[in-house]
Design a protein around this ligand. Structure first.
Ligand SMILES: Cc1cc2nc3c(=O)[nH]c(=O)nc-3n(C[C@H](O)[C@H](O)[C@H](O)COP(=O)(O)O)c2cc1C
Length: 350
C-alpha cells in the first residue's frame, strides 16, 4: 500500500483521465512537483542504536487536539471525483485511523455533514479569505458550529494557477458536483473571489469572527512564518500546495528547517508536499515538524481501494513512521531531533 507508484497506478486505472490529471498534476513544467518528493530523498537518516524502544508511542497533539499519530489529511477539493461518498469516506477513514481530517472549502460535502460522519473525531476546516468578508465570516462561523477545532487559512492563492495538464490551464469539474460550503456563490465565483489584497493584518479576522485558533497554510519562508506567528497563528503549514500554484518554488523539505528556526516555538509547524513514506515523515519530524500532512496518497487509496483503502493507507503510514522512529532509536515523535537528518550521499536521482 505504501509504495506510491503502484497505488498511484491503481488510482489511474480507477479514475477518468481528467480526474486523475487534476489530482496528480501540478503547474508549469512540474519541476517543483517532482522536487517535492525528491527533496525528502535528498536527506538521509542517521539512526541511533542501542536505545530501548520497546514502548513506542506515536500520540501527539496539534493545537491541543489529541491524535493517535502525527499525521493528517491535507485539505483537497472534490473528493466525489474519486469516491461516491466523497469527503464523508475520507473523514471516516481519518477517524478510524486517529489521523486529523482537514476539510477543503471546496469539498463536495458541508463541514457539518463531514463532522457528523466523523462522530466527534477531530477535523480542521480549510478556508480562503474571499473579497466578500461577510460571506467568509458566515462560512467561518458555520465551520465553528460544525465543530472544527481550528481554521486552516490558506494563503498561497495570490494569483490564478495554470495547471499544465489542461488545455485552458484549469480543470473543469464534471456537472452535478455540489460545493455546499460555498453554496451562496458557487465554485467558480468562489475561486475568482479570493481576496488577493489579503495581508498579515487580515489573519486576525478569523479568530475575531470565531474564537477558533488559526493555522496558516502555504508558507514557504521563515520570515513570513515568523510574521504569521506574531499575528497570532497557532500553527503554520509549510506548503507549496503540492506544487499546484506555480512552478519553480522550493520543495518544502528544503525550507522546513529554516521555518522551524524562524518560528522559534511561537507556533506549531507542520509540513506537506511529497511526503510518501515513514522515512519521509520521520525526516520531517526530525527537522521540527509537529505533524505531517498528505494530499494525494489518501486520494489514490480512496480511488483504488475505497474507504477501507484510505483507512489502511493511514494505518500503514503511521505504522511505517513508528517503525522508522524505532530504527532511529526514538520512542516518540518528539524524540526525533535534527541530528537524525543528514544530506543523502550519493545524491538521489529523480
Ligand atoms: C487534488 C488536490 C486538491 C487540492 N485542493 C486544495 C484545497 O482545496 N485547499 C487547499 O488549501 N489545498 C488544496 N490542495 C493542496 C493540499 O492541501 C496539499 O498542500 C498538497 O496536496 C500536499 O502535497 P502532496 O499531494 O504531495 O501530499 C489540493 C491538492 C490536491 C492534490
Amino acid at each position: 500500500m505504501l509504495t506510491p507508484d503502484p497505488l498511484e497506478s491503481a488510482a489511474r486505472e480507477a479514475l477518468s483521465p481528467e480526474s486523475f490529471a487534476y489530482i496528480a498534476g501540478g503547474s508549469g513544467d512540474e519541476v517543483t512537483l517532482r522536487a517535492n518528493t525528491a527533496a525528502w530523498r535528498a536527506y538521509a537518516l542517521r539512526p541511533h542504536v542501542l536505545r530501548d524502544v520497546v514502548e513506542t508511542d506515536l500520540t501527539t497533539t496539534v493545537v491541543g487536539t489529541p491524535l493517535a499519530a502525527p499525521i493528517g489529511i491535507a485539505p483537497t477539493a472534490m473528493h466525489k471525483l474519486v469516491h461516491q461518498d466523497g469527503e464523508l469516506a475520507t473523514a471516516r477513514a481519518a477517524a478510524a485511523a486517529g489521523a486529523l481530517m482537514t476539510v477543503s472549502m471546496f469539498a463536495n460535502h458541508s463541514y457539518a455533514d463531514v463532522a457528523e460522519a466523523m462522530d466527534g473525531a477531530p477535523f480542521w476546516a480549510q478556508m480562503y479569505l474571499l473579497r466578500d468578508h461577510g460571506l467568509t465570516r458566515e462560512l467561518a462561523v458555520r465551520a465553528k458550529e460544525a465543530g472544527a477545532r481550528a481554521l486552516v487559512v490558506c494563503v498561497d492563492g495570490a494569483a490564478v494557477p495554470r495547471r499544465s495538464r489542461f488545455a485552458g490551464g484549469a480543470f473543469v469539474p464534471p456537472k452535478g458536483l455540489a460545493f455546499p460550503n460555498v453554496r451562496e456563490i458557487g465554485l467558480t465565483k468562489a475561486i475568482t473571489g479570493l481576496d488577493r489584497a489579503m495581508t498579515f493584518d487580515d489573519l486576525t479576522l478569523f479568530p475575531e469572527w470565531t474564537g477558533l485558533p488559526i493555522v496558516v497554510k502555504g508558507v514557504q519562508r521563515g520570515d513570513d512564518a515568523a510574521r504569521c506567528a506574531a499575528a497570532g497563528a497557532a500553527g503554520i503549514v509549510v506548503s507549496n500546495h503540492g506544487a499546484r500554484q506555480f512552478d519553480g518554488c522550493t520543495p518544502t523539505a528544503a525550507v522546513l528547517g529554516e521555518i522551524v528556526d524562524a518560528v522559534a516555538g511561537n507556533a506549531e509547524v507542520y509540513v506537506d508536499g511529497g511526503i510518501r513514506s515513514g522515512s519521509d515523515g520521520v525526516k520531517a519530524l526530525a527537522l521540527g515538524a509537529r505533524a505531517v500532512f498528505a494530499g494525494r496518497p489518501p486520494l489514490w487509496a480512496l480511488a483504488a481501494h475505497g474507504e477501507a483503502g484510505a483507512t489502511a493507507w493511514l494505518h500503514d503510514f503511521a505504522e511505517d513512521i513508528a517503525r522508522v522512529l524505532a530504527f532511529c532509536g526514538c520512542r516518540t515523535p518528539g524524540e526525533a531531533t535534527r541530528d537524525l537528518v543528514a544530506r543523502a550521499w550519493p545524491p538521489p536521482h529523480g
